[in-house]
Design a protein around this ligand. Sequence first.
Ligand code: LLP
Length: 448
Amino acid sequence: ATGVARGADGQLAVQGIPVSRLAEEFGTPLFVLDENDFRARAAGFKAAFDAAFKDLCGGVDVYYAGKAFLCTEVARWVTAEGLRLDTCSGGELAVAAAAGVPGENLSLHGNNKSAAEITRAIETGVGRIVVDSLDELQRVTRIADALGRQANVMLRITPGVHASTHEAIATAHEDQKFGLSILANDSGTSPALAAVARALDAEHVNLLGLHAHIGSQIFEAEGFAMAARTMLGILAQIRQIHGVQLGELDLGGGYGIAYTSEDHPSTPVKLAAQMAQVVSATCAELQLDCPRISIEPGRAIAGPSTFTLYEAGVRKDVQVEDAAGTLHPRRYVSVDGGMSDNPRPVLYDAQYTAVLAGRMTQSDAIISRVVGKHCESGDIVVKDVYLPEDLAAGDLLAVPATGAYCWALSSNYNYLTRPAVVAVRDGEARLIVRRETEADLLARDMGV
Ligand code: LLP
């Protein structure tokens, strides 16, 4: 995050607040969120895409993907910065409602939305329900008919792009669970075009446009460009078949961020310019009016804004044999959290780094592995990182870029309590999500 720097005393500080003070006041493990940084990234996406698309379609609607990290404060920040909010469950809709986000600013995603979720979305006047399948379109149609109210619908299409990212988070190729395929099935039509026809026919469905999300943690603009070209092609096809041009095209999220110095993400300004160029050229080629474009970044807004502050505990030194039979030292440094507050290394082989946060040292560095306190050997936070040899129990460690899909994916494995989230704004720290307590852990246990 931009507000993080070493102070004169050698400690990491967020907007001038030293980490030792944060640890003392709020405990560890702790998610430390630079609110100014978060908001600047949110506003930066909006400004960059608005500028690039202004002359094409008047601007871009940016939906912050709440799944990356959501609480009422965050929902209010993005709203204040001119963004909308992408939700994907009744729970996320509840957070949005508690934050006072207007219904028309919301979208609802999900490949298996319940009848209750769909009903709630229609009743709260959600701006768009992103319909994922033919079955779901039928479900939405029935519910809207029964309520006698309009459902605003986008159709999620799989444009057939196989994004170069981890298999578990690539979402636009054929063989995965999301979206309507554009490939013809046995009856000679594609599920995507069949859904368009049915949606246009349905009395209580207001078909706004199409949606595609190719995956997550993507660095090359080429994937987004391919998706944009394919989707505009489908809009042209729909115009030819039905004589209508749908007004909106959502190109999803997925913009990659730097977790370590090996990652070199693009900037929103560059991405926006590249995408606008492709959209503009394709629209000209197909003689389409440029649809209103929207995007759904999550990670690129939340991820870099936050680091996790851990307290180091025990160490263990081992000798590791390499392929040539040579022995190398490796140090295991255990911290007071682990896979319960950051399961990404375990799930996606995600790489992180760590730094000694509470002080400076002249000590030599030793190749170290930062591990958690859970009862399994796969509980790794940082696989390989040089840390000072004199790092010892009680030292504070910071793991950067944990703002997206860490707290959101956190669990109570081994009955650990989920960490607090502290936001630092204009030099002041305040709790935005409190740490769980043991009472929370026991609250649903009916035998207590
Ligand atoms: N839109 C849709 C429809 C999505 O499914 C997602 C993410 C996004 C937008 C936001 O993508 P982002 O800009 O944050 O990459 N737990 C995984 C990531 C799962 C992404 C799920 N969908 C991880 O920790 O890497």
